[in-house]
Design a protein around this ligand. Sequence first.
Ligand SMILES: NC(=O)C1=CN([C@@H]2O[C@H](COP(=O)(O)OP(=O)(O)OC[C@H]3O[C@@H](n4cnc5c(N)ncnc54)[C@H](O)[C@@H]3O)[C@@H](O)[C@H]2O)[C@H](O)CC1
Ligand SMILES: [K+]
Length: 511
Amino acid sequence: MKIFAAEQIYAADKTTIKKQNITSDVLMERAATRLFEWLHLRLQGNPVKIHLFCGIGNNGGDGLVLARQLKEEGYNIAVYVVRYSEKRSDDFSTNLERLKKREVTPDVLEEGDALPTISKDDIIVDAIFGLGLNRPPDDWVVALFEHLHRSRAFTLSVDIPSGLFTDRVPSDKKAVVKANHTLTFQVPKLVFFLPKTGIFTENWEVLDIGLDQEFLSTAETDYELIGKNEVLAFYEPRKKYSHKGTYGHSLIIGGSYGKIGAVHLAAKACLHTGSGLVTAYVPQCGYTPLQTNLPEAMVITDAAEKHISKIDFDIEPTVIGLGIGMGKDTKTVNALGQFLDVNKTPLVIDADALNILSENEEFLDKLPPRSVLTPHPKELERLIGKWDGDFQKLEMAKSFSQKYDCVLVIKGSNTLTIYDGKGYVNTTGNPGMATGGTGDVLTGMVTGLIAQGYPPLQAAIFGVYMHGEAGDTMVEDTGYQTLTASKLIEGIGEAFLDLFAVDDDVLADEE
Ligand SMILES: NC(=O)C1=CN([C@@H]2O[C@H](COP(=O)(O)OP(=O)(O)OC[C@H]3O[C@@H](n4cnc5c(N)ncnc54)[C@H](O)[C@@H]3O)[C@@H](O)[C@H]2O)[C@H](O)CC1
Ligand SMILES: [K+]
């Protein structure tokens, strides 16, 4: 699913109004009707008090239309106009008049006014600012946001939590409404997925307001949300007359004394993802544990006992997963530099190999085109430098990926894959996966997909999705705290099966 920028959404509005020959007022009515339906379906006439806080722009207009529709259905509402500006949008004014005709006159809140009492059992509708926010809200508006937050009432934000910009991180956390749920129009917004802005809404949901489909399907966006539909398009079925050679040979290079487990996890995940053959290249201390515990994998050992001192092998792997548990011994650093001088095989690079690259920038020029780099935020910072906010981070990541022609997988709650100026936002995964070894599993999975012929970008996007899906499947049995990287590997099979699972509802319909 595409993630549109605010300007594109405004453009989609304009096109829709023109092509459907409607007024902006009709579009607002449609949008707010979706809000009403959502609430009415859940509340079924419940007399709970609903406080609707409306700004003076079109987000406020949505709130006023919703208030009118709730009033007509007999709900217990209180409406406030948050007058943060003298200006008013036309559709706001039209709907204010319509509301007054229904004998609802909103309280106008201005600087210095007493704030309404809100009980924790009430509902707040936040329609104060939408996509049009262009500067931080005034102090008294921030005080209102804090008042809403202190009430602990369920807060439903319209389109976007008020105070959240669409293209930058707010400098003051207090200056944003904390939403329990956001009902956003037509398309998800990028800010829902970034660590510093995603925190302002616990949940979000898209409401279809019938924007022009042609516009939506033909527009190019900088970001895309990756769910099952998107990755299904990448899936390559296993062929009947195939053999292990058909599915590539992955080489996992890494490990050091005390960190052989990382290679074990990566190699095992690589096998579970479908790589035809997997070989591990480890220091000698890794030989016995790997041969004993992972019989499917072959093992090549370095001359050194405890760390990699020279990367030298006589096999021809399809792809190499590099860096897990490898350490940064001087001999290992030199070994990596010499290896990169001659290597032409596609690479997936993680962990210590990333740190070595950060400390030896000249190595970056030696990477084969479209190498996949999988940093967590700290590794990313070492690679691309410090950033100021999530948006700058993304721009810096895009430049880095362009400069070195690499696929950058920024690991996090919503892992973001960057390539060729575009970002792919993953939707699977959960906090149970914040535990040692899950990154090694991801490296193994992406490596295993490239081994089977998936192009690096698709392998990264698909691997990240499957990794999260495996975690989501397993956490149902383990709970967050007990999910481990080994458990995650057990979930990879389920994640593949889930790609083609038929919904229970569909089966029920057929019966
Ligand atoms: N296609 C859709 O998604 C539709 C969305 N709708 C709703 O419209 C809003 C966007 O409306 P807009 O009027 O452009 O913006 P706001 O409501 O956010 O109004 C802001 C308003 O206030 C001014 N302003 C901005 N920042 C500040 C500030 N810090 N202090 C004071 N004033 C400020 C700004 O100039 C604007 O005038 C969208 O989010 C949806 O909710 C449509 O209803 C249907 C189609
Ligand atoms: K809002």
